[in-house]
Ligand binder design. Structure first.
Ligand code: ADP
Ligand code: MG
Length: 251
């Protein structure tokens, strides 16, 4: 569904990503594990069109189109056209609109999609996934706790019925109980609705536990890849990402 080939991204002289290649099949959950500064946010922002690639391709094949469609390079499209294809990001640190209510934040998620989305139904679904948002739907975004804001950020991405959900370190700063909650919702969306999810995380234990496949990103390069279950058994991965040093080390 998405095939990234030799993606290189630089900020001035700093190479943030170097020849990164990976793929995402329709219906898959894939985790990209990396320590602080590995390039995870850069990767998602580049796919979303918020950061410009230096070189490489990201071929997107729409699931409804059958054989013969070789896909198109989304790196050549402006951000709004990628959003129109159904690519959505849950940004790092769950940015929500602070002065808008929960419900108004959700409305921003369907802005411009009138007609193509059944808003009442979409809202009903996310309120079912995150009951606390329903309770607080008239409260301003800034009055929510960090965990509630993370839930709102996911919900806001979901109401538009995305085809691919890009999730940036959703576990960051959350209490373990809330990490379990948001990860179980992501797993449910993948299992039950077949939503294709790309999850970037430092939390290797939990991210590999819910993913089908994974990649280890180390200072801008893919160092290892494989089935999530194999990666979580890999001694090098265990030592660097699953041991005492949760901040990550070198594979
Ligand atoms: N806007 C920027 N300008 C310059 N360097 C940046 C910028 N954003 C990120 N970087 C650098 O790029 C590298 C990757 O950063 P980032 O993608 O945020 O990593 P991660 O999300 O894995 O922590 C880091 O070395 C970081 O300092
Ligand atoms: Mg980041």
């Amino acid at each position: 569904m998405l095939e990234v080939e030799n993606l290189t991204v630089a900020y001035g002289d700093i190479l943030a990503l170097q020849d990164v290649s990976f793929f995402l099949e329709a219906g898959e959950m894939v985790s990209i594990i990396g320590a602080n500064g590995a390039g995870k946010t850069t990767l998602l922002n580049t796919l979303m069109g918020l950061v410009k690639a230096k070189s490489g391709r990201a071929l997107y094949v729409e699931p409804s189109k059958d054989g013969g469609n070789r896909g198109r390079d989304i790196l050549q499209l402006p951000a709004h056209e990628r959003a129109a294809l159904g690519i959505r990001i849950v940004p790092e640190r769950a940015r929500v609109f602070p002065n808008l209510t929960v419900e108004q934040n959700l409305r921003m998620g369907v802005y411009g999609l009138s007609g193509s989305v059944d808003v009442e139904r979409a809202f009903g679904e996310v309120y079912e996934l995150f009951p606390v948002l329903k309770e607080r739907r008239r409260q301003a975004g800034q009055t929510l706790s960090g965990g509630e804001q993370q839930q709102l950020a996911i919900a806001r991405a979901l109401v538009s019925s995305p085809r691919i959900l890009l999730v940036d370190e959703i576990s960051m700063g959350l209490m373990p109980k809330l990490v379990d909650l948001v990860f179980s919702v992501l797993k449910r969306l993948n299992d039950e609705k077949g939503l294709t999810i790309l999850l970037v995380e430092q939390n290797a234990v939990k991210a590999l536990a819910i993913a089908h496949r994974g990649y280890i990103l180390e200072t801008g390069r893919i160092a290892l890849e494989g089935k999530a279950s194999d990666l979580s058994q890999n001694p090098k991965v265990r030592e660097a990402y699953l041991g005492g040093d949760a901040a990550g080390g070198s594979v």
